[in-house]
Design a binder for this molecule. Structure first.
Ligand code: MN
Length: 462
């Protein structure tokens, strides 16, 4: 018998509860596998993709006579890469299929069982199906049974998002499998990005908003200039509309605050002073927030700290490409919220002991390896070799990178704190450190004679 997959409704926010289990929402291709004398793997639209994933032939060795539901994913840089799995489905020539399978091997993450030995299980509660699945299928090289937790949905969501995953799916433990239906017994909680924006103005309201406003005009600092990044007209309550309007009053100005060709006439401009946290999906090519939603006012954040670096995609490709995250405990490289001028030095007992100096800039940690450690006395200078940008979360990392992996050895935090940037150029970087061990002015100067990546690190006199 053929099955259409059961689908999930979106949930507004992460939640928990004893009647629910939570598993990772994998970004791949939903697939139902019929394993018996033959194997067939069908997508949501009933396309047979069995021959596109030759490595999943191992299913026949791991189980017998079952119908499974799961997601086919391709991991790249520690995370599922949807484009990579989509390419696998597109490949049609045998040579292309084989090459893709070698270069982008897949994993089938199995989360449900619909039939066993010809007997349908869809009427049974999910908790029973999970138990039957576990005893009917062994993990293989390309097949894993999805892990899950019961009850603790919020913590699980936080952990999944921290790993750079798309979100979680919540499923009622007592729910049957409703093939082809979208049900509230399954809920997907997707990651929403947030950004702190300067409210640079608001549009005139109409209808029931005639006495408040229509939308907020949002800006982000790109250097010293405010860049318009769009408007947000949803997420307000009657109460927040009135509170916001009152918060705007002291900042009203006739002066246009940002270049914005798409701002409607009759809008009011505001001097920088009000900061709003806004949820959004991504940034469009013309630097506008997609699907923005007002979340709250932030009175604890200065407008000047609302930089465009918060939303610019961070490139940590080199960092991710060098590391195997199934072996190394280091954080996966992804864009996270700026911490604001963070500084750290990590003592790294690699093949050669060195100290890694890291300064937060443009959403990443700019990094240098300092073989002899940072200078502590004025006038001292040390060689500092520029290395790839590290994710902001690396600043909190301590641990042991296993033998055979990139940077193998123990990493300990040697100093941490904040810093202020002075001149930051191609040839010279000035900065003042406020650490637990080090403090005061420092300077990095290019040392090209010794190599393209080499700098000299000086401690300057106060
Ligand atoms: Mn290092």
């Amino acid at each position: 018998m053929s099955y259409r997959p059961m689908l999930a409704e979106p949930a507004d926010a992460p939640f928990g509860g004893a009647g629910w289990l939570f598993e990772v929402k994998w970004d791949g291709i939903r697939a139902i596998a019929h394993v018996g004398e033959t194997l067939s793997i069908m997508t949501r639209n009933d396309n047979d993709v069995t021959h596109k994933f030759p490595e999943l032939n191992e299913l026949s060795k791991l189980t017998s006579k079952v119908v499974l539901d799961g997601e086919i994913i391709v991991m790249k840089g520690g995370r599922p890469d949807f484009q990579a799995v989509a390419k696998r489905v597109q490949a049609s020539k045998l040579g292309d299929i084989e090459r893709e399978a070698r270069e982008s091997p897949c994993t089938y993450v199995v989360f449900d069982i619909l039939e066993k030995d010809g007997e349908p299980l869809t009427g049974r509660p999910l908790s029973e199906r999970k138990a039957i699945l576990r005893e009917s299928l062994r993990d293989g090289e390309h097949v894993v049974v999805s892990s899950y937790v019961v009850g603790e949905g919020e913590a699980y969501y936080e952990a999944a998002v921290a790993r750079g995953l798309e979100g979680v799916v919540a499923k009622r433990l007592d729910s049957p499998y409703r093939a082809g239906e979208r049900s509230r017994e399954w809920l997907k909680v997707k990651r929403v990005r947030t950004v702190d924006c300067v409210v640079v103005g608001y549009t005139r309201g109409t209808g029931n908003r005639a006495d408040t406003f229509g939308a907020l005009l949002l800006g982000l600092y790109d250097g010293d200039k405010l860049t318009f990044v769009g408007r947000v007209g949803t997420g307000f309550t009657d109460k927040s509309l009135r509170e916001l309007l009152a918060a705007f009053r002291p900042y009203e100005t006739a002066e246009q605050q940002a270049e914005a060709p798409d701002v409607p006439a009759g809008s009011t401009w505001l001097r920088p002073g009000v900061v709003a946290e806004v949820g959004y999906q991504n940034l469009t090519d013309d630097d506008r927030l997609r699907a923005p939603r007002f979340l709250r006012l932030r009175t604890d954040k200065a407008p000047r700290d609302c930089t465009i670096a918060q939303v610019r995609p961070v490139t940590l490709e080199e960092y991710n490409a060098k590391r195997n995250f199934s072996k190394s405990p280091e954080p996966v490289g992804e864009g996270t919220k700026p911490k604001g001028g963070s500084y750290v030095v990590q003592e790294h007992h690699a093949r050669h002991l060195h100290w890694d100096l890291r300064l937060e800039r443009d959403g990443v940690l700019k990094s240098w390896a300092v073989p002899k450690g940072p200078p502590e006395k004025p006038g001292e200078r040390r060689l500092a070799v520029a290395v790839e940008d590290h994710p902001l979360d690396y600043g909190g990392f301590e641990g042991t990178i296993p033998e055979g992996e990139y940077g193998a050895g123990t990493v300990k935090i040697w100093d941490r704190g904040t810093y202020e940037a002075g001149e930051w150029g191609e040839e010279k970087i000035e900065f003042t450190v406020h650490g637990e061990r080090l403090s005061g002015p420092y300077e990095l100067v290019r040392f090209r004679k010794a190599g393209e990546k080499n700098w000299l690190l000086f401690k300057k006199r106060e």
